[in-house]
Design a protein around this ligand. Structure first.
Ligand SMILES: [Ca+2]
Length: 308
């Protein structure tokens, strides 16, 4: 080996060393986001085909895995989610310190930090995809942030039930009315009750009210937030006895009462309250008119008696 070669060799070596040093100096971080489906499975949910369906009202759990893919310890890795203020979560998810940072992240998959948190899907989320993007970036190092989205498909729920004749359960009864209200764990109403009248029409498109099932005695209320509900009959079909038992049900997805709700036929025809308030009002009006006529006759008799 001559001197020139030896120098070349050294130069080469020196370059290799420098090159190796630069690789070592490269810091990098990788964040991977997952979302739990209804069966508790973690889904990558990267593409719309893989978005799990969740319902408005659901509590959805997310998981972030933050890995130091370089070979130097990173400090104060800030973690964000564009739809959740992670730093404001009480308590802070495990793995995060105040300000939603990972104070120290050692290199390697074995040292990856897993962060989990849940969000409740409000009504506003219903009716389409909901994507949130999480990112991680070390605070004081020149490292590109690493982001990863996870999407879900948010749907609303429906509740269906049927109203039949107790004497012949194959016979659906038209004309009943209901109150449906969402309740909390203590049974207290959340928001105002939904009034439901029986839509009877030739097609669902013709149902303009809260019942979207055009069949008589069959009901479907759509657009519901998942949760506990209480259904109460507020008016029986004409000629039937009201059953105002509050019925509790947990609604999620397409939910239905397993059994039809029965009404017993009235033994005595019930004119006013089951026949319609219209009838009742006419009845009262007729009574008042009759009273007026009687009063008039009485006054006339008095006058004629005074005159006589
Ligand atoms: Ca109906």
């Amino acid at each position: 080996m001559n001197v020139a070669e030896a120098r070349a060799e050294r130069t080469k070596l020196s370059m290799r060393t420098s090159s190796r040093f630069e690789i070592a100096a490269v810091n990098s971080v990788a964040l991977k986001k997952y979302v739990q489906d209804s069966d508790g499975q973690w889904r990558d949910a990267q593409n719309v085909d893989d978005y799990p369906t969740r319902y408005a009202g659901d509590t959805v759990r997310y998981r972030l895995v933050v890995t130091n893919t370089g070979d130097q310890t990173l400090t104060n890795v800030r973690v964000t989610d564009d739809r959740v203020e992670l730093a404001a979560l009480q308590p802070l998810p495990d793995g995060l310190a105040a300000g939603a940072v990972i104070p120290e992240l050692l290199p390697g998959e074995d040292n990856a930090v897993t962060i989990e948190y849940s969000i409740v899907l409000g009504d506003e989320a219903a009716g389409g995809p909901l994507i949130n993007n999480a990112c991680a970036v070390p605070a004081d190092t020149d490292v590109d942030e690493s982001c990863d989205p996870a999407g879900i498909m948010v749907k609303t729920s429906t509740l269906s039930w049927e109203k039949v004749n107790a004497g012949d359960t194959a016979e659906h009864l038209a004309g009943s009315e209901w109150s449906l209200v969402r309740v909390d764990a203590q049974g207290s109403p959340i928001g105002s009750a939904i009034a439901v009248t029986d839509c009877v029409a030739s097609a669902a498109a013709e149902c303009r009210g809260t019942d979207v099932n055009p069949e008589a005695g069959e009901f479907t209320v759509s657009g519901l937030t998942a949760g506990d509900y209480v259904l109460t009959e507020t008016r029986a079909p004409a000629g039937y006895v009201i059953d105002d038992t509050p019925r509790q049900i947990t609604v999620r997805g397409d939910t239905a009462f397993e059994l039809p709700i029965e009404n017993v036929q009235s033994e005595v025809p019930q004119l006013p309250l089951t026949g319609g308030t219209g009838t009742f009002e006419i009845f009262v009006a007729a009574g008042a008119a009759g009273l007026g006529v009687a009063l008039l006759l009485w006054v006339q008799r008095r006058r004629s008696r005074v005159a006589g």
